[in-house]
Design a protein around this ligand. Structure first.
Ligand code: GAR
Length: 214
């Protein structure tokens, strides 16, 4: 079983999708070892507690900079012998040291079709506002490996979502979550834990067929 830590900062609906998929046996070979929150007020903490997953808080606000925060986080991950780290609505940018330590072992979910509407500042609702302002007709979500450049790492899975004329940032955010994020993030975790992801340069190859995943 791959010891996995989920990093959260907010509502934790992506965390919930992982918990539920794991409960239904849809994520293979994965142990949800820890949920780590950068925000002591995050609702995601309650979701983890309800599911019986150990919760740790590494409060971003008490650290003077990215380096000291990332070092505390790294120590906790090493302590827990974590093999896979999943950023599920995690709002902090991490240091070079931490990203390097988990190279090709850290997955992020982003609520757009990368390389569009991503990078520093593109978080949460802001992404969907930018999508609607630009007038694109299709958006979606991307599960990718984390590298030092924000939202630039090798792409594991993407799913497109149609934009409706009467969409608001809120309705679009919800539909992108329901139709894309909550599906591809658990799937990406399962593929990693089954050791089916092979990275060649920045191309991720998926070993075996995706047809009969269920
Ligand atoms: C999700 O839509 C996630 O994709 C996004 O924040 C939301 C967190 O929701 N992440 C980013 O924008 C990262 N750049 P959640 O806490 O309910 O999972």
């Amino acid at each position: 079983m791959v010891k996995t830590a989920i990093l959260v900062s907010g509502g934790g609906t992506n965390l919930q999708s992982i918990i539920d998929a794991n409960l239904f046996g849809e994520i293979k070979n994965c142990e949800l070892t820890a949920v780590i929150s950068s925000n002591p007020e995050a609702y995601a903490i309650e979701r983890a507690q309800y599911a019986g997953i150990p919760v740790y808080i590494v409060d971003r606000s008490i650290f003077p900079n990215r380096q000291s925060f990332s070092k505390a986080l790294l120590d906790k991950l090493i302590d827990l012998e974590i093999e896979l780290v999943v950023c599920a609505g995690f709002k902090s940018i991490l240091s070079h040291l931490l990203v390097k330590a988990f190279e090709n072992r850290m997955i992020n979910i982003h609520p757009s079709l990368i390389p569009a509407f991503c990078g520093p500042g593109f978080n949460g609702l802001r992404v969907h506002e930018a999508v609607l302002d630009y007038g694109v007709k299709v958006t979606g979500a991307t599960a990718h490996f984390v590298t030092e450049v924000v939202d630039d790492g090798p792409i594991i899975l993407q799913k497109a979502v149609e934009i409706y004329e009467d969409d608001t940032p809120q309705t679009l955010q919800r539909r992108v979550m329901e139709e894309a994020e909550w599906k591809i993030l658990p799937e990406a975790i399962s593929l990693f834990c089954q050791r089916r992801l092979v990275i060649e340069e920045r191309i991720v190859r998926i070993m075996g067929s995706l047809d009969n995943e269920s």
